[in-house]
Ligand binder design. Structure first.
Ligand code: NAD
Ligand code: UDP
Length: 320
Protein backbone atom coordinates (compact mmCIF):
# COMPACT_ATOMS: atom_id res chain seq x y z
CA UNK A 1 0.00 0.00 0.00
CA UNK A 2 1.34 3.43 -0.95
CA UNK A 3 1.55 6.10 1.75
CA UNK A 4 -1.09 8.79 1.26
CA UNK A 5 -0.36 12.51 1.38
CA UNK A 6 -2.78 15.45 1.08
CA UNK A 7 -1.22 18.61 -0.39
CA UNK A 8 -3.25 21.82 -0.18
CA UNK A 9 -2.36 24.60 -2.62
CA UNK A 10 -1.47 21.81 -5.07
CA UNK A 11 -2.07 23.90 -8.20
CA UNK A 12 0.23 26.67 -7.01
CA UNK A 13 3.95 27.14 -7.45
CA UNK A 14 5.32 25.27 -4.41
CA UNK A 15 2.37 22.88 -4.08
CA UNK A 16 2.75 21.60 -7.63
CA UNK A 17 6.49 20.94 -7.15
CA UNK A 18 5.68 19.13 -3.89
CA UNK A 19 3.12 16.97 -5.74
CA UNK A 20 5.84 16.02 -8.26
CA UNK A 21 8.26 15.14 -5.48
CA UNK A 22 5.82 12.91 -3.59
CA UNK A 23 4.76 11.18 -6.82
CA UNK A 24 8.45 10.53 -7.48
CA UNK A 25 8.78 9.05 -3.99
CA UNK A 26 5.86 6.71 -4.87
CA UNK A 27 3.21 8.20 -2.61
CA UNK A 28 -0.50 8.40 -3.40
CA UNK A 29 -0.96 12.16 -3.73
CA UNK A 30 -4.24 13.98 -3.13
CA UNK A 31 -4.02 17.56 -4.35
CA UNK A 32 -6.51 20.17 -3.14
CA UNK A 33 -6.89 23.72 -4.41
CA UNK A 34 -9.62 26.28 -5.12
CA UNK A 35 -7.52 27.85 -7.92
CA UNK A 36 -7.76 31.36 -6.45
CA UNK A 37 -4.11 32.07 -7.30
CA UNK A 38 -3.10 28.69 -8.76
CA UNK A 39 -3.40 27.17 -12.21
CA UNK A 40 -4.36 23.60 -13.17
CA UNK A 41 -1.69 23.82 -15.87
CA UNK A 42 0.90 23.31 -13.12
CA UNK A 43 -0.42 19.81 -12.37
CA UNK A 44 -2.10 18.78 -15.63
CA UNK A 45 0.71 16.29 -16.27
CA UNK A 46 -0.35 14.43 -13.09
CA UNK A 47 -4.01 13.93 -13.99
CA UNK A 48 -3.31 10.82 -16.05
CA UNK A 49 -1.66 9.08 -13.08
CA UNK A 50 -3.62 6.65 -10.92
CA UNK A 51 -1.62 7.70 -7.88
CA UNK A 52 -2.88 11.30 -8.16
CA UNK A 53 -6.31 12.71 -7.27
CA UNK A 54 -7.46 16.30 -7.27
CA UNK A 55 -10.18 18.02 -5.23
CA UNK A 56 -11.28 21.53 -6.23
CA UNK A 57 -12.09 22.81 -2.76
CA UNK A 58 -11.71 25.91 -0.58
CA UNK A 59 -9.92 24.64 2.55
CA UNK A 60 -11.29 27.53 4.62
CA UNK A 61 -14.53 25.49 4.51
CA UNK A 62 -14.81 22.08 6.19
CA UNK A 63 -12.36 19.64 4.60
CA UNK A 64 -13.29 16.01 4.01
CA UNK A 65 -11.07 13.37 2.42
CA UNK A 66 -12.11 9.71 2.10
CA UNK A 67 -9.70 7.03 3.22
CA UNK A 68 -6.61 7.21 5.38
CA UNK A 69 -3.92 9.86 5.32
CA UNK A 70 -0.31 9.57 6.48
CA UNK A 71 0.73 13.17 5.84
CA UNK A 72 -0.86 16.56 5.22
CA UNK A 73 1.06 19.50 3.75
CA UNK A 74 -0.90 22.72 4.17
CA UNK A 75 0.43 25.04 1.45
CA UNK A 76 -2.80 26.76 0.37
CA UNK A 77 -2.53 30.54 0.74
CA UNK A 78 -2.03 33.53 -1.49
CA UNK A 79 1.70 34.19 -1.20
CA UNK A 80 2.55 37.29 -3.18
CA UNK A 81 2.02 40.75 -1.71
CA UNK A 82 -0.25 41.89 -4.55
CA UNK A 83 -2.34 38.73 -4.19
CA UNK A 84 -2.89 39.08 -0.48
CA UNK A 85 -3.59 42.79 -0.81
CA UNK A 86 -6.26 41.95 -3.41
CA UNK A 87 -7.84 39.15 -1.36
CA UNK A 88 -7.06 40.04 2.26
CA UNK A 89 -10.02 38.30 3.90
CA UNK A 90 -9.45 35.01 2.05
CA UNK A 91 -5.77 35.23 3.06
CA UNK A 92 -6.67 35.61 6.72
CA UNK A 93 -9.22 32.80 6.44
CA UNK A 94 -7.00 30.23 4.76
CA UNK A 95 -4.21 30.81 7.30
CA UNK A 96 -6.57 30.61 10.27
CA UNK A 97 -9.81 28.71 9.48
CA UNK A 98 -8.08 26.65 6.77
CA UNK A 99 -5.29 25.64 9.14
CA UNK A 100 -7.85 24.80 11.84
CA UNK A 101 -9.72 22.54 9.40
CA UNK A 102 -6.54 20.76 8.33
CA UNK A 103 -5.33 20.28 11.91
CA UNK A 104 -8.74 18.77 12.69
CA UNK A 105 -8.35 16.46 9.70
CA UNK A 106 -4.82 15.50 10.83
CA UNK A 107 -6.19 14.66 14.28
CA UNK A 108 -9.02 12.56 12.86
CA UNK A 109 -6.77 10.67 10.43
CA UNK A 110 -3.79 10.45 12.83
CA UNK A 111 -1.72 12.04 10.09
CA UNK A 112 1.42 14.15 10.48
CA UNK A 113 0.89 17.71 9.25
CA UNK A 114 3.41 20.25 8.01
CA UNK A 115 2.38 23.87 7.60
CA UNK A 116 3.92 26.40 5.22
CA UNK A 117 4.92 29.29 7.43
CA UNK A 118 7.08 32.10 6.17
CA UNK A 119 9.93 34.51 6.82
CA UNK A 120 7.15 37.13 6.98
CA UNK A 121 6.52 36.05 10.59
CA UNK A 122 9.70 38.07 11.28
CA UNK A 123 8.09 41.14 9.64
CA UNK A 124 10.61 43.94 9.02
CA UNK A 125 13.27 42.22 11.11
CA UNK A 126 15.41 43.93 13.72
CA UNK A 127 17.65 40.86 13.97
CA UNK A 128 19.80 39.92 11.01
CA UNK A 129 20.16 37.22 9.76
CA UNK A 130 16.91 35.84 11.16
CA UNK A 131 17.14 32.94 13.61
CA UNK A 132 14.12 30.90 14.61
CA UNK A 133 14.17 32.29 18.16
CA UNK A 134 13.54 35.86 16.92
CA UNK A 135 9.91 36.85 17.67
CA UNK A 136 9.60 39.30 14.80
CA UNK A 137 8.54 42.86 14.11
CA UNK A 138 5.13 42.83 12.41
CA UNK A 139 2.70 45.72 11.94
CA UNK A 140 -0.56 43.93 12.79
CA UNK A 141 -2.75 46.56 11.12
CA UNK A 142 -0.57 47.29 8.08
CA UNK A 143 -1.46 46.01 4.60
CA UNK A 144 0.86 42.99 4.93
CA UNK A 145 -0.57 42.17 8.36
CA UNK A 146 -3.29 40.01 6.80
CA UNK A 147 -0.67 37.56 5.60
CA UNK A 148 1.87 37.88 8.39
CA UNK A 149 -0.62 37.59 11.23
CA UNK A 150 -2.50 34.71 9.57
CA UNK A 151 0.82 32.86 9.39
CA UNK A 152 1.70 33.72 12.99
CA UNK A 153 -1.72 32.46 14.12
CA UNK A 154 -1.14 29.38 11.96
CA UNK A 155 2.05 28.60 13.88
CA UNK A 156 0.29 29.14 17.24
CA UNK A 157 -2.69 26.92 16.50
CA UNK A 158 -0.35 24.27 15.09
CA UNK A 159 1.68 24.19 18.32
CA UNK A 160 -1.58 24.13 20.33
CA UNK A 161 -2.82 21.07 18.41
CA UNK A 162 0.54 19.46 19.02
CA UNK A 163 0.61 20.21 22.74
CA UNK A 164 -3.08 19.75 23.52
CA UNK A 165 -4.12 17.00 21.10
CA UNK A 166 -0.74 15.32 20.48
CA UNK A 167 -0.98 15.85 16.71
CA UNK A 168 2.36 15.33 14.95
CA UNK A 169 3.21 18.73 13.50
CA UNK A 170 6.04 20.38 11.55
CA UNK A 171 6.49 24.10 10.88
CA UNK A 172 8.54 25.27 7.88
CA UNK A 173 9.49 28.95 7.80
CA UNK A 174 9.98 29.34 4.08
CA UNK A 175 12.08 32.23 2.73
CA UNK A 176 11.69 33.69 -0.80
CA UNK A 177 11.62 30.74 -3.18
CA UNK A 178 11.65 30.91 -6.97
CA UNK A 179 11.64 28.75 -10.06
CA UNK A 180 9.48 27.50 -12.93
CA UNK A 181 5.67 27.76 -12.48
CA UNK A 182 5.72 31.05 -10.63
CA UNK A 183 2.87 33.09 -12.06
CA UNK A 184 4.22 35.71 -14.45
CA UNK A 185 1.91 38.41 -13.12
CA UNK A 186 1.91 37.56 -9.44
CA UNK A 187 3.89 40.74 -8.68
CA UNK A 188 6.77 38.98 -6.95
CA UNK A 189 10.09 40.42 -7.89
CA UNK A 190 11.46 37.58 -10.04
CA UNK A 191 8.46 37.14 -12.37
CA UNK A 192 8.05 40.93 -12.38
CA UNK A 193 11.62 41.63 -13.52
CA UNK A 194 11.84 38.75 -16.00
CA UNK A 195 8.42 39.61 -17.45
CA UNK A 196 9.46 43.24 -17.85
CA UNK A 197 12.73 42.24 -19.53
CA UNK A 198 10.91 39.89 -21.93
CA UNK A 199 8.36 42.57 -22.85
CA UNK A 200 11.06 45.20 -23.31
CA UNK A 201 9.80 47.31 -20.40
CA UNK A 202 11.87 49.12 -17.78
CA UNK A 203 12.54 47.18 -14.57
CA UNK A 204 10.61 48.64 -11.64
CA UNK A 205 12.74 48.74 -8.49
CA UNK A 206 10.75 49.74 -5.42
CA UNK A 207 12.34 52.28 -3.08
CA UNK A 208 16.04 52.85 -3.70
CA UNK A 209 16.57 49.10 -4.10
CA UNK A 210 18.78 48.84 -1.01
CA UNK A 211 16.37 46.36 0.63
CA UNK A 212 17.68 42.81 0.51
CA UNK A 213 16.25 39.35 -0.11
CA UNK A 214 17.82 35.88 -0.22
CA UNK A 215 16.41 33.66 -2.96
CA UNK A 216 16.17 29.86 -2.78
CA UNK A 217 15.72 27.69 -5.88
CA UNK A 218 12.59 25.55 -5.73
CA UNK A 219 14.37 22.15 -5.93
CA UNK A 220 16.46 23.03 -2.87
CA UNK A 221 13.38 24.27 -1.03
CA UNK A 222 11.42 21.09 -1.78
CA UNK A 223 14.33 18.94 -0.56
CA UNK A 224 14.46 20.88 2.72
CA UNK A 225 10.68 20.61 3.17
CA UNK A 226 10.73 16.89 2.43
CA UNK A 227 13.44 16.30 5.02
CA UNK A 228 11.65 18.42 7.62
CA UNK A 229 8.41 16.48 7.16
CA UNK A 230 10.22 13.18 7.72
CA UNK A 231 12.26 14.50 10.67
CA UNK A 232 11.09 14.32 14.27
CA UNK A 233 11.57 18.06 14.88
CA UNK A 234 8.47 19.95 16.05
CA UNK A 235 9.60 23.57 16.37
CA UNK A 236 9.86 25.97 13.40
CA UNK A 237 12.79 25.57 11.01
CA UNK A 238 13.98 28.21 8.51
CA UNK A 239 14.23 26.76 5.00
CA UNK A 240 15.85 29.18 2.61
CA UNK A 241 19.05 30.20 0.89
CA UNK A 242 21.27 32.62 2.86
CA UNK A 243 22.79 34.14 -0.29
CA UNK A 244 21.60 37.75 0.20
CA UNK A 245 21.42 40.46 -2.48
CA UNK A 246 19.99 43.97 -2.69
CA UNK A 247 17.05 44.38 -5.05
CA UNK A 248 18.96 46.99 -7.08
CA UNK A 249 21.89 44.61 -7.65
CA UNK A 250 19.42 41.86 -8.44
CA UNK A 251 17.77 44.02 -11.12
CA UNK A 252 21.22 44.55 -12.67
CA UNK A 253 21.83 40.79 -12.61
CA UNK A 254 18.55 40.20 -14.43
CA UNK A 255 19.42 42.75 -17.10
CA UNK A 256 22.66 40.83 -17.69
CA UNK A 257 20.96 37.42 -17.61
CA UNK A 258 18.27 38.42 -20.09
CA UNK A 259 20.80 40.24 -22.25
CA UNK A 260 18.40 43.16 -22.46
CA UNK A 261 19.25 46.84 -22.38
CA UNK A 262 16.30 47.84 -20.21
CA UNK A 263 16.59 50.72 -17.82
CA UNK A 264 15.86 50.57 -14.10
CA UNK A 265 13.14 52.92 -12.85
CA UNK A 266 12.53 53.62 -9.17
CA UNK A 267 8.96 53.36 -7.81
CA UNK A 268 7.69 54.03 -4.28
CA UNK A 269 8.51 51.35 -1.72
CA UNK A 270 5.30 49.56 -0.61
CA UNK A 271 4.32 50.09 3.03
CA UNK A 272 6.04 47.78 5.53
CA UNK A 273 8.25 46.22 2.83
CA UNK A 274 10.97 44.49 4.91
CA UNK A 275 14.36 46.20 4.53
CA UNK A 276 16.46 43.08 4.94
CA UNK A 277 15.90 39.38 4.91
CA UNK A 278 18.35 36.51 5.21
CA UNK A 279 17.77 33.16 6.87
CA UNK A 280 20.10 31.72 9.44
CA UNK A 281 19.92 28.02 8.47
CA UNK A 282 22.12 26.50 11.20
CA UNK A 283 19.13 24.58 12.54
CA UNK A 284 18.24 23.09 9.14
CA UNK A 285 21.88 22.13 8.60
CA UNK A 286 22.14 20.44 11.98
CA UNK A 287 18.75 18.77 12.22
CA UNK A 288 18.05 17.97 8.57
CA UNK A 289 21.58 17.77 7.18
CA UNK A 290 20.26 20.19 4.55
CA UNK A 291 21.60 23.24 2.81
CA UNK A 292 20.86 24.70 -0.61
CA UNK A 293 22.97 23.49 -3.52
CA UNK A 294 21.73 25.52 -6.50
CA UNK A 295 23.48 28.87 -7.05
CA UNK A 296 21.43 31.93 -7.98
CA UNK A 297 23.08 31.98 -11.42
CA UNK A 298 22.05 28.38 -12.13
CA UNK A 299 18.55 28.70 -10.65
CA UNK A 300 17.86 31.98 -12.42
CA UNK A 301 18.93 30.52 -15.76
CA UNK A 302 16.42 27.66 -15.36
CA UNK A 303 13.74 30.13 -14.28
CA UNK A 304 14.44 32.43 -17.22
CA UNK A 305 14.25 29.46 -19.63
CA UNK A 306 10.82 28.64 -18.19
CA UNK A 307 9.47 32.18 -18.61
CA UNK A 308 10.91 32.36 -22.13
CA UNK A 309 8.95 29.24 -23.06
CA UNK A 310 5.60 30.90 -22.26
CA UNK A 311 3.39 32.03 -25.13
CA UNK A 312 3.13 35.69 -26.22
CA UNK A 313 -0.46 35.65 -24.96
CA UNK A 314 0.68 34.59 -21.47
CA UNK A 315 3.47 37.15 -21.50
CA UNK A 316 1.09 40.02 -22.24
CA UNK A 317 -1.87 38.79 -20.16
CA UNK A 318 -2.72 41.40 -17.55
CA UNK A 319 -4.44 40.56 -14.30
CA UNK A 320 -4.92 44.06 -13.04
P1 NAD B 1 0.85 30.17 -4.98
O1 NAD B 1 -0.07 31.33 -4.97
O2 NAD B 1 1.54 29.81 -6.24
O3 NAD B 1 0.10 28.87 -4.48
C1 NAD B 1 -0.88 28.88 -3.48
C2 NAD B 1 -1.98 27.94 -3.88
O4 NAD B 1 -2.97 27.89 -2.83
C3 NAD B 1 -2.71 28.40 -5.15
O5 NAD B 1 -2.81 27.33 -6.07
C4 NAD B 1 -4.10 28.82 -4.64
O6 NAD B 1 -5.11 28.66 -5.60
C5 NAD B 1 -4.26 27.92 -3.43
N1 NAD B 1 -5.22 28.43 -2.43
C6 NAD B 1 -5.22 29.67 -1.86
N2 NAD B 1 -6.25 29.77 -0.99
C7 NAD B 1 -6.88 28.56 -1.00
C8 NAD B 1 -8.00 28.03 -0.31
N3 NAD B 1 -8.71 28.77 0.57
N4 NAD B 1 -8.37 26.75 -0.56
C9 NAD B 1 -7.69 25.99 -1.43
N5 NAD B 1 -6.62 26.44 -2.13
C10 NAD B 1 -6.23 27.71 -1.91
O7 NAD B 1 1.92 30.42 -3.80
P2 NAD B 1 3.26 29.62 -3.46
O8 NAD B 1 4.41 30.50 -3.68
O9 NAD B 1 3.23 28.28 -4.09
O10 NAD B 1 3.09 29.46 -1.88
C11 NAD B 1 2.62 28.24 -1.32
C12 NAD B 1 2.67 28.31 0.19
O11 NAD B 1 4.01 28.53 0.63
C13 NAD B 1 1.84 29.44 0.79
O12 NAD B 1 1.24 28.97 1.98
C14 NAD B 1 2.85 30.52 1.10
O13 NAD B 1 2.44 31.32 2.17
C15 NAD B 1 4.07 29.68 1.46
N6 NAD B 1 5.31 30.43 1.22
C16 NAD B 1 5.80 30.62 -0.03
C17 NAD B 1 6.96 31.33 -0.23
C18 NAD B 1 7.55 31.53 -1.60
O14 NAD B 1 8.59 32.21 -1.71
N7 NAD B 1 7.01 30.97 -2.65
C19 NAD B 1 7.63 31.89 0.87
C20 NAD B 1 7.10 31.71 2.13
C21 NAD B 1 5.94 30.96 2.31
N1 UDP C 1 10.12 44.55 -5.76
C1 UDP C 1 10.61 45.51 -6.66
N2 UDP C 1 10.01 45.61 -7.88
C2 UDP C 1 8.96 44.82 -8.27
C3 UDP C 1 8.50 43.84 -7.37
C4 UDP C 1 9.09 43.74 -6.11
O1 UDP C 1 11.56 46.25 -6.35
O2 UDP C 1 8.47 45.00 -9.40
C5 UDP C 1 10.77 44.45 -4.44
C6 UDP C 1 9.80 44.48 -3.26
O3 UDP C 1 9.52 45.81 -2.87
C7 UDP C 1 10.61 43.72 -2.22
C8 UDP C 1 11.41 42.71 -3.04
O4 UDP C 1 11.40 43.18 -4.38
O5 UDP C 1 11.50 44.59 -1.55
C9 UDP C 1 10.83 41.31 -2.99
O6 UDP C 1 9.48 41.40 -3.30
P1 UDP C 1 8.53 40.11 -3.45
O7 UDP C 1 7.15 40.61 -3.67
O8 UDP C 1 9.11 39.20 -4.47
O9 UDP C 1 8.67 39.34 -2.06
P2 UDP C 1 8.55 39.78 -0.53
O10 UDP C 1 8.50 41.27 -0.40
O11 UDP C 1 7.31 39.11 -0.05
O12 UDP C 1 9.78 39.23 0.05
Amino acid sequence: MKKRVLITGAAGFLGSHLCDRFIKEDYHVIGMDNLITGDLKNIEHLFKLEQFEFYNHDVSKFVHVSGGLDYILHFASPASPIDYLKIPIQTLKVGSLGTHNLLGLAKEKKARIMIASTSEVYGDPLVHPQTEDYYGNVNTIGPRGVYDEAKRFQESITMAYHRFHGVETRIARIFNTYGPRMRLNDGRVIPAFIGQALRGEDLTVFGDGSQTRSFCYVDDEVEGLYRLLLSDYVEPVNIGNPDEISILDFAKEIIKLTNSDQKIVLKPLPKDDPMQRQPNIDKAKKILGWEPKVSRAEGMKKTYDYFKSLSKEELYRSEH
